[in-house]
Design a binder for this molecule. Structure first.
Ligand SMILES: O=P(O)(O)O[C@H]1O[C@H](CO)[C@@H](O)[C@H]1O
Ligand SMILES: Nc1nc2[nH]cnc2c(=O)[nH]1
Length: 296
């Protein structure tokens, strides 16, 4: 159970520095790319060569993963020769953590030298053209908790991380999105590639039919319970972000439908698309320094 002082220090410069120092002392890897594995997508971490694995429970100030399909470990290693860190499991608002705790790893990664973040998630498809198994490049987001003042940047701003009022109109890097389109085309994945708007809700209940209809009419193509808070903190700290949603289920929009969203289907879709997602992410990482002026 967190005390009030724990809440105040969540995600502070001192807390993140202590964690980054501990990790630097325990690994020689100096990651330039960070990857977050979504529900059922932990296999991405297994792509890393010479992996060094830390259980979240052993890392100072890290929360624990509580969700099935999120292994709860940080993996350092190289991917296509590039030093990377991979979160095999992320944290969500509905797990009960303060929002600043959920996003603490982004600041730790920044302090360790990460420049580019690649986030993945499983999401429900609201867009009626989307099929289960489609991969959606996130081009923008709708931050529903943010409308209620629930933001990882609420509270005093620490200028050492970023500015008080960060811009979010460029949250999802245009060049990285183009690179992902090119890579998907080369790999023959264009048939199941989409690009759209991700909407985050607090969860953990899945949406009602009325909520799905509303989100769709607001312009959301997919709905989930993660990623956006991480992106906000990563962008605040000046890291480039690229994010993919695996459409793990279709949001139920019709009162006659017998479909019911469930976490087992979410994990199963992850298993079915795992290989292609891994190939796509590793090819993008391989190209980071050569295409599109992507600094590395
Ligand atoms: O966003 P990720 O972590 O992939 O997980 C998604 O899958 C879970 C629901 O099945 C929720 O946590 C939702 O956010
Ligand atoms: N909120 C939400 N999160 C998801 N994660 C995977 N599928 C879904 C979904 O349908 N809704």
């Amino acid at each position: 159970m967190l005390s009030m002082s724990d809440f105040a220090s969540c995600g502070s410069y001192e807390e993140c520095s202590a964690t980054a120092d501990w990790l630097r002392a325990h690994t020689q890897v100096r990651p330039r790319v960070g990857i977050v594995c979504g529900s059922g997508l932990g296999g991405l971490a297994e792509m890393l060569k010479d992996p060094q694995v830390f259980k979240y429970s052993d890392i100072p100030n890290f929360p624990r993963s509580t969700v099935h399909g999120h292994a709860g470990q940080l993996v350092f290693g190289t991917l296509k020769g590039k030093p990377c860190v991979c979160m095999q499991g992320r944290f969500h608002l509905y797990e009960g953590y303060p929002i600043q705790k959920i996003t603490l790893p982004m600041r730790v990664f920044k302090l360790m030298g990460v420049e580019t973040m690649i986030m993945t998630n499983a999401a429900g498809g609201l867009n009626q053209d989307y099929k289960v198994g489609d991969v959606m490049i996130i081009k923008d987001h709708i931050n529903m908790p943010g409308f209620a003042g629930i933001s990882p940047l609420a509270g005093p701003n620490d200028d050492r991380f970023g500015v008080r009022f960060p811009c979010m109109s460029d949250a999802y890097d245009r060049e990285l999105r183009q690179l992902a389109h090119d890579v998907a085309a080369e790999l023959g994945y264009s048939d199941f590639l989409q690009e759209g708007v991700y909407c985050v809700l607090g969860g953990p209940s899945f949406e009602t039919i009325a909520e799905c209809r509303m989100l769709h009419s607001l312009g959301a193509d997919a709905v989930g319970m993660s990623t956006v808070h991480e992106v906000i903190v990563a962008r605040h700290a000046g890291m480039r972000c690229f994010a993919l949603s695996l459409i793990s289920n279709r949001a139920v929009m019709d009162y006659d439908s017998q479909e019911k969203a469930n976490h087992e289907e979410v994990l199963e879709t992850g298993r079915l698309r795992a290989q292609q997602l891994e190939k796509m992410v590793s090819t993008i990482v391989a190209r980071l320094d050569s295409d599109n002026n992507n600094s590395f």
